[in-house]
Structure formats: structure tokens, C-alpha cells
Design a protein around this ligand. Structure first.
Ligand SMILES: *Cc1c(COP(=O)(O)O)cnc(C)c1O
Length: 204
């Protein structure tokens, strides 16, 4: 475990993964993992981490290990619900565009289907018909989706990138549509999630 997944491995072939999101899965830790293909590189990383004191605290490490035990079953349900939600949004008259790699109309749907045969993940985004304020009102009205910027948890979250995660990118090449909303689909009943979005979209 490596506290701060942005850190680079010292040498050789290694990958990194955030444990903050789906691996932990419950919005209660931040952390990351470094994964080495070569055991010698793994040994070097372990020694380096020990010397630097950047290993995860025991509570976080334990919560990640516990989260991993339910990862497959959480991901199956999350992917199934996200697919249904994306299809619902794609057909909704108050949604200009729904983005989800599981939608056949997504430009990289074929590639995603090859890379992700088990499902297309839990992040769905939508461009609301109307301006930034209209999009903001949708986030404020949801009751099952909590207004917060994280993702990958058992709870469903909604956020407004232009005003939250991406507020510093306006006007740059990285800027996002001001009416874009991002969802992180969790484990609540999918019919309730869809009803929550329908009510929030249709109130204006
Ligand atoms: C994603 C996220 C971070 C950053 O975590 P990484 O492991 O670096 O991806 C920090 N805090 C919260 C609440 C997050 O959702």
C-alpha cells in the first residue's frame, strides 16, 4: 500500500491503482497500491516505502482488504444499474446527451466492449437541456443521489463538474460543458435511482 497514489515507483515495470474508489468502495479511505510485475521491483518498492514511512495506516489497509472481498458483486450490480440509468437518460427529453461506454451510440462502444466484457463501470454523465443553472438545480433536487464529487462508493453521487471538480478549467481546452452532470452509480435500488433522476429532471 502506498499512501498517495500519485507517487511514481522507484524503478522498473510497475503499475498503480487508487484504492480510494471501487477497491475500498465505501467512501471511507484514501489510498493507492503499487503493483510490480517483477518480485525484485516489488521488494525495492516495499523497502523504499518502509524507509520513507509512506505506507497506508493499518485501519485504511484493513478497510481496503475488506472492500476487495465484495468488489466483484458490487461491480456486477453497479454496472447493471449504470447501464439501465444511461439508457433511461439517453431517452429522456430533458437530457441533451448521455455519455456511457455501454451505450451503443458512444463513439468508443466497440472498443469498450472488447476491454470491459463484464460491464462498463459506474460513471455516467449527462448534459442537461438548459444552462448551468438548470443543471445546478437538477443536482440540488436529487434525494437518493448525494451532491458530492467522489466516485466508486456504495452510495450514488451526483456532481456538477463546471462548478465543482472542473471549475478551474473553464475557457481552456480541458473545459467541460457547463450543463454536464456526473453520476457515480452505487448500490441503491435501481428503480429508486431512476425515479430520483426523473423527478429532478422533470421539476422545472
Ligand atoms: C478520488 C478522491 C481522492 C483522490 O484519491 P486518489 O486515490 O488519489 O484517486 C481524494 N479524496 C476523495 C474524497 C476522492 O474521492
Amino acid at each position: 500500500m502506498w499512501a498517495g497514489s500519485g507517487a511514481r515507483p522507484p524503478t522498473g515495470s510497475a503499475g498503480k491503482a487508487a484504492t480510494t474508489k471501487y477497491l475500498g468502495g465505501h467512501s471511507d479511505i484514501t489510498g493507492g497500491a503499487l503493483i510490480a510485475a517483477d518480485p525484485a521491483v516489488g521488494e525495492l518498492i516495499t523497502r523504499h516505502v518502509g524507509m520513507m514511512g509512506t505506507m497506508a495506516a493499518h485501519q485504511e489497509a484493513w478497510l481496503v482488504q475488506r472492500g476487495i472481498k465484495t468488489l466483484p458483486v458490487r461491480m456486477r450490480q453497479i454496472c447493471e444499474s449504470a447501464q439501465r440509468i444511461a439508457e433511461f437518460l439517453d431517452a429522456h427529453p430533458r437530457v441533451r446527451r448521455a455519455h456511457y461506454p455501454g451505450l451503443p451510440g458512444h463513439p468508443d462502444h466497440a472498443l469498450a466492449a472488447k476491454q470491459m466484457p463484464g460491464g462498463f463501470g459506474g460513471v455516467v454523465s449527462l448534459v442537461v437541456e438548459g444552462d448551468a443553472d438548470a443543471a445546478g438545480r437538477v443536482c440540488e433536487r436529487t434525494k437518493v443521489f448525494t451532491l458530492a464529487v467522489s466516485l466508486g462508493s456504495v452510495e450514488s453521487l451526483i456532481e456538477h463538474p463546471a462548478r465543482m471538480t472542473h471549475c478551474t478549467t473553464a475557457g481552456s481546452a480541458l473545459g467541460v460543458d457547463e450543463s454536464l452532470l456526473r453520476l457515480s452509480v452505487g448500490l441503491e435500488d435501481c428503480d429508486e435511482l431512476i425515479a430520483d433522476l426523473a423527478a429532478a429532471l422533470e421539476a422545472d
